[in-house]
Design a binder for this molecule. Structure first.
Ligand SMILES: [Zn+2]
Length: 344
């Protein structure tokens, strides 16, 4: 089968289209013919940081997969040949204490398709049936492939971890990223006032069109000061953090007493200073969040199937153009998801 391969770590230029053996399924797996697969920021990290000591090359990325069931293992019962499906990229053991508690993204052996194992920038992939969700007829492969990573991450971060309630002021940093734009929609759905931070006029108007009540420009003036004014010096109830080192100290300062900060990433670095006094005196809650459990994944996908949440597509490339698609993501010009169509 064709796949968008790389043989060593580096930038988008390392990607080339090549032939690899098609996956052979086990009795408890299904084979998916990939129709669409979207890029996530971590695809760039996997490409750049893949360690030759732990990776088997060639490797190919792609976590967010939608396609058609092309083969069904003999012990699989509820999935049929030809089913249109979306894949939950979370890989978990199913029998550690966290999995048994229904917290699959806390699994002791948690991994993600496209990182732990080769992904969907290829014509086929073999997965376990528990990773597969059937698609309603009206949901296109492109829309389905735009959803899994960013919507499950945002759903768990905002609903479960930050416990966003009606009337909360929610600050969303990195609002033009995939999780950021999903977070705007989810925070609005949960009844919050959304203050989004991004840059450039285009991204700001996109954040607005996603439902943000206020959009701050991180490149002009002191947006933390604007935030204080906006909340009458009260501070926000919730901060959704993925910027890391650059914003961490200010994010903590911007919270109301008893406020909640949820971090799901660190695009500017993972080491930052924390004022401990701020945490105990203001009684802050700091929580980390990664992907989601099975229940949250199903919940948020149902919301998408019902049209209550809408993945945003930036652009669509063909598998042959995967290098260009990676480059677009690296350049940071996109708003919404970049999709690779794998089969014509
Ligand atoms: Zn487990």
């Amino acid at each position: 089968m064709k796949a968008a391969l790389f043989f060593e770590p580096g930038g988008p230029a390392k990607i080339q289209i090549g032939e690899v053996p098609s996956p052979q399924i086990d009795h408890d797996q299904v084979l998916i013919q990939v129709k669409a697969c979207s890029l996530n920021h971590f695809d760039l990290l996997v490409l750049r940081e893949s360690d030759p000591d732990t990776f088997t090359f060639p490797f190919w990325g792609g976590a967010d997969i939608a396609g058609v069931v092309a083969e069904v293992g003999e012990s699989v019962s509820h999935i049929e040949l030809g089913d249109r499906v979306v894949v939950n990229p979370g890989l978990y053991c199913g029998d550690c204490e966290h999995c048994l508690a229904g917290e699959e993204s806390q699994c002791n052996n948690y991994g993600i398709i496209g990182d732990t194992v080769p992904g969907g920038f290829a014509e086929y992939i073999a997965v376990k049936p528990r990773n597969v969700l059937k698609l309603p007829e009206k949901i296109t492969f492109e829309i389905a492939a735009a959803a899994p990573v960013v919507f499950q991450t945002a759903w768990r971060a905002l609903k479960t971890q930050a416990r966003v309630c009606p009337g909360d002021d929610v600050l969303i940093l990195g609002a033009s990223g995939g999780v950021g734009s999903a977070s705007i929609q989810i925070a609005k759905f949960l009844g919050a006032r959304v203050i989004a931070v991004t840059s450039t006029q285009d991204k700001m108007s996109n954040a607005k069109s996603m439902g943000a009540d206020v959009v701050l420009d991180r490149t002009s003036g002191d947006y933390w000061e604007e935030l204080r004014t906006l909340t009458n010096n009260r501070g926000v109830d919730v901060v959704i953090e993925n910027i890391g080192a650059e914003t961490w100290a200010q994010s903590l300062k911007s919270l109301v007493k008893g406020g909640r900060l949820v971090t799901y990433g660190r695009t500017t670095g993972h080491l930052a200073e924390t004022d401990i006094k701020l945490i105990f005196w203001n009684q802050l809650h700091i929580t980390g969040s990664t992907m989601a459990n099975q229940k949250e994944f199903s919940e948020v996908m149902q919301m998408i199937f019902q049209g209550k949440l809408s993945p945003v597509i930036d652009s669509i490339f063909h598998l042959e153009q995967t290098q260009k698609a990676y480059q677009r993501l690296q350049d940071g010009d996109q708003f919404g998801k970049i999709i690779i169509k794998t089969t014509k």
